[in-house]
Every structure is written in structure tokens, then in C-alpha cells.
Design a protein around this ligand. Sequence first.
Ligand code: SAM
Length: 305
Amino acid sequence: MTSSRPPHRAPATRRPRVPRAAASKPRPRKRFGQHFLLPPWARKVVEAIAPEPGDVFLEIGPGTGALTLPLAATGAPILAVEVDRDLVAALAGSVPRNVTVMTGDVLTADVFPVLTGLEPQRPPDAAAADRPARRFRIVGNLPYYIASPILVRLIDWHRREGAFADATVMVQREMADRLVARPGTKDYGVLTVLLGQHARITRRLDLPSTAFKPAPKVRSSVIHLAFGPPAVRVVDEALFERMVKAMFGQRRKTLTNALKGFDPTAPAVLALAGIDGRRRPETLEPAEMARLADLFHDVRTPRML
Ligand code: SAM
């Protein structure tokens, strides 16, 4: 981990002359999905985040600090996790004291020991009695090549640690479409259902590719995930997940055919659930999927006489 303090500097006479621009703007690395936000758009994203007193942020992939610096200007403590060591070195020397920069892969890094040690500089005032004194939030302009596993990790954190209130993150526009999709549409699928089970997801902002440098080939959206209790109650969450993945793996088939490979009793279970097996998987509401999953759980549970 690298703290917010500037790294040790060699004596001035021995220091190689590095042009300022090169030092502060390392070359974007494609393999890390680096597309840096331009300042006017970074301000809009910070507005979409809507920082409040009491907030403590985990930022995923701070890069050159496009979001980090305006967010830090609100006084909120930030733990920024960045995989690119060169960017970490450049950023650690330029951030204010309320930013801690950590070198690491967000998919594997253990952020909690550092994060839980951060205290808000501005606790909520007495009028905001309904708000917790400290609220952990996630932000980031995600590296798109691993956006799905990152979102799955956020849900996993929420389920295991329950620490985060929300996440405001940039994703590719098509992924945002999938995450906010309604049943019966082509975008409705595994991600919609499994992430929607643990977070209320809304779109906050659409951005053109010109909002970034270098401009990516795709358009982007900022989405907001408000973590909460499961949207639908299920007896066996793992079974529910497996069933949803099996269903959408065969989304062009009827429900009966899509679910036969998952469980040969599917036709009977569909009949028991009162769900027409000729329907397509994407027409099912989450509550109907929960009903089905619970029935599959029942038929698989051995009965004691
Ligand atoms: N936040 C900056 C901005 O908005 O300009 C940079 C965003 S850029 C799209 C994604 C950032 O995530 C890059 O800085 C990249 O190096 C970093 N990154 C890529 N993979 C990562 C990983 N596994 N863990 C942490 N950071 C990662």
C-alpha cells in the first residue's frame, strides 16, 4: 500500500529531469482499460455521486485522479485502489491528505482493514439524525474489460460484509441497459436478475465517448446501485442463481426446454408454480423465478417419514 504522503525524494542534484507533463500524465495502458475522464465530465460524475458529510469512499481505479481530486475536494476520506504501479506513483505524490492510494487488483485486494480505519472529516450535523455518522460508498470509472466481475464482487461484498450503502460507477452503455432492463426486453438477463436481487439499480448519467481521453469505441453510462435486502425472498440463494443462469443460457427456448437440462422435473415444477412452460425465460418477473427456485428446492429436499 502507498499512503497519501509523497514518496521519498532523491536529492535535487541527482534527480533525473522528468518533464512535468510526462510525470503527471503517464501513457494510457490499453490492457488496464485506461480511458481518462475529462474535467467537465468528471465534475458531472461527482454531482451524480452527491457526496455528503459522513461519507467514506472506496474508489476503484483512480487512474490519474480525474474523479479522485474533485471528490477529495469535498473533504471526504477516499481509499483509491489502482492496479497500475506507475499511476499509483504519480497519483500518490499529488493527492491531498484525505486520499489513501493503494496498489492492488480490486478483484482480490483486501480493502477493509484500511477502509474501516478511515473516519469522515465532516460528520453529519445534528439535523441529519436519521443518517449514520459514517457511510461507506463505492465510486469508480470502471475498467470495462472486468466490469462484470467487479460488479459481482461488489454484490459479494454487500452480502458478506454488508458494509457499503451504495456504488456509483461508470460502465459501458450496453451493460447499463442490461442492468436496468425490464422483464420482456432483450436486455433483461442474468446480470439484471442477479444484481437486481441485491441492489436497486438506476441510471444516473449518459456520456459520449468524447468524455474520455483516449476516447473509447463505446459509449458510457453512470449507474447507481443502492444495496439492500434481497428483492425477492428465496430459500436457497445458490440454487436460485444456478437456475437463473441455466434459464438465460437457453433464452431462445421455451421455459420447459430451457430448464430441462437444469432439472428433469422442470415440466412438473412449472405446472406446480402455475407458470406456462411455453413462455420464454426473459418474460419471467423475479418473483416468479423465486417461486420456481423454491419449488425446485422442495422437490430436491428429501422428506423424512
Ligand atoms: N478514474 C480514472 C478516470 O476516470 O479518469 C481512470 C478510469 S480508467 C477507465 C480505469 C482505471 O482502473 C485505470 O486507472 C486502470 O489502471 C484501473 N484498473 C484496471 N484494472 C484494475 C484492477 N483490476 N484493479 C484496480 N484498478 C484497475
